[in-house]
Design a protein around this ligand. Sequence first.
Ligand SMILES: CC(C)(COP(=O)(O)OP(=O)(O)OC[C@H]1O[C@@H](n2cnc3c(N)ncnc32)[C@H](O)[C@@H]1OP(=O)(O)O)[C@@H](O)C(=O)NCCC(=O)NCCS
Length: 228
Amino acid sequence: MHRTAVDDWAGFFPNAPVKNHLKIAITYAAGETGVIRIVKTNLEKRMNLLIKDRKDLSLSEVERMMELIFSIWPPDDGKTDIEKIIERHKNLQPKSFDKVIRFFLGNELIGHTAIFNREIGIETEKHEILALAGVCVRSGHRGKNLGKKLVKKAFEFVDGSQFNCSIFQTSVPKFYEKLECKQIQNTFINKKSKIDVNVNPWRDPYVMVYPKTYDLGNHIIDLNGDCY
Ligand SMILES: CC(C)(COP(=O)(O)OP(=O)(O)OC[C@H]1O[C@@H](n2cnc3c(N)ncnc32)[C@H](O)[C@@H]1OP(=O)(O)O)[C@@H](O)C(=O)NCCC(=O)NCCS
């Protein structure tokens, strides 16, 4: 009997990485091995990268996003007050540019990033930059280039000249270095802080800029609000 066995292949190697969302199907028959061909699987067909204005998200979409985000960054007090977040979403004052980029596998939300505009201060000048926040891929779906695709989609707004650069914090600089970003050592302050404007407003250990060719000099930068 002759069979083509994409699903059987996945069954044989359940932990194998799915590079470029292609699986290698081994066509085999009794006594026949080694006939290998590449096929597009249902998995690839069911992958979807969607971008949406935050103001257009339904409450259930917000809820699903928060479930994913909290599964990766549990809140400090261990409590996830989704209702409070939903309430905040309802009263959202939309920024002029405020979007979420999401990866779906079928109906399952497996990746997320948020992008929005932020006015920062460099010396006496104001600059509008692209803020990048909440980049994440659900564990179990990592290592398949989904994170890369999410971030590349976000950076299209820089490549398309809507913003000069993107500035963001991270604990995984090597991931972003592969995406044409570089670490920056500028001192950051927050002139909107009610406690101390000179305290570093970032939480994560690294701050990065995209593209890596963008020159921020040695200037002190006013983040002009809390970190994201
Ligand atoms: C970081 C994260 C988004 C990466 O997503 P992913 O889908 O697993 O990454 P990708 O498969 O797209 O990886 C793209 C490249 O980056 C590399 N990479 C991925 N995660 C990395 C990490 N933590 N450190 C160094 N390199 C990393 C991959 O090896 C791959 O390299 P290659 O192009 O040479 O093969 C994901 O691991 C995650 O959600 N982590 C938890 C949340 C987090 O830390 N988010 C970042 C917040 S700023």
